[in-house]
Ligand binder design. Sequence first.
Ligand code: ATP
Length: 334
Amino acid sequence: MRILMSACKQVVQPMVSFHGPALTNINMDPFFRRKDKVVIVMGATGTGKSRLAIDLAMHYPAEIINSDKMQVYKGLDIVTNKVTEEECKGIPHHLIGKFDPNSNFTANDFKNHASLAIESILERDRLPIIAGGSNSYIEALVDKHSEFRMKYECCFLWVDVAIPVLHSFVSKRVDRMVKVGLVDEVRKMFDSTTEAEYTNGIRQAIGVPEMHEYLHCEASGSNDDETQERLLQAAISKIKENTCILAYRQLQKIRRLQARRGWNMHRLDATEVFLKHQGEADQAWEKFVATPATRMVDKFLLNPIPSILPTEAIITPPRFFPRLCRQWLPQHGN
Ligand code: ATP
C-alpha cells in the first residue's frame, strides 16, 4: 500500500472550546492544524534498526534520519558500523557521516538538526523515519523539546533481541569488523605524538580507545610480534565487552523511557532472526519484524480523523495539501 504522507495527518484539537454566537466570525484556522507523523525506530546496537528503517522506507515514500551519536560524524565507517551505500538502497539518509569528527555533536545539536531534517522531508511529502541507538538524542528531541509533541505524532518501534543472543551476535560482528579493516581504520586516525584523549567527537566510539595500547606500542616499536598479537587480542576482547555493555545499557534506557516517560512503544521481538541462518533468518525477519512493523505503521498513518471536530477544523489546509488529501476531504472547496 502506498500512502501519501500529507493525507495522514492527525488533527490537533484546540486547547480551549469556544461556544456561542459572539465567536462565530472568528477565523478558527490557526487553532486547528494537522499533526505530522514521524516514525521512530529504537533498539540496542546490533538489533537491526537500520534494516527495519530501510525496509519501511522502501514501502512508504520515506527518508531516514540517523540518531546514532557516533554515526553523525565523518569517518570511521567500520568502527561505527555505518550503513553502506548498497545497504541504503537509494533511500536518502540524513545526519550520517556529516559532522566534523573532532567537534562535539550534542543532544541539543541533534534536536536542532533533526527538526530541520523532519521539516524538509515533510515538505517533500515523505515520511520521516528516525533510526538509531542513541536514546538520549531521541529523548532530547521528543520529550525535552516542547514544540515537538505539539507538531508531530510519533510511532515508536522497538526492535528487541534477547540479550544473550544479542551478545553472541555483536561479538561475531566485532570479528567481522576486524576482518574488513577496523584496525587500519583506527590506526589512520591514531596520533602517537599527542596525549591520549578519548572524550571528544568520534574518538569516543567503541573501538577507538580500546586500540590505544596496541597502536601506541606498535608506533614505538618496543614490542615483539607475540606481545603485539597479545595486545591486539586484548583490544578486540575489550571492544566486544564494551559493545555488550552498550547494548545492555541501551536496552535499560529504552525500558526506562517506556516506563517513566510513558512512550507507547511497539516491541518487535527479533530474537528468532538471530537464531536462524540465511534464508530462514530472512523469513523470520519478515515474519517477526518487517511485516508486523509495516502493519503498525499502516495503522498509525491511517489513524482516522476524529469525527467530533467541526468540519472547518478538518478541512483547514495544512502547509501543503495535495490532491489525494482533497479527495479524502470532499468538503474542501478549492
Ligand atoms: P548516554 O546518555 O549514556 O551517552 P546515549 O543514548 O546518549 O547514552 P549511546 O548511543 O548509548 O548514547 O552511546 C553511548 C556511548 O557508546 C557513546 O558515547 C560511544 O562511546 C558508544 N557508541 C554509541 N554508538 C556507537 C557506535 N555506533 N559505534 C561505536 N561506539 C558507539
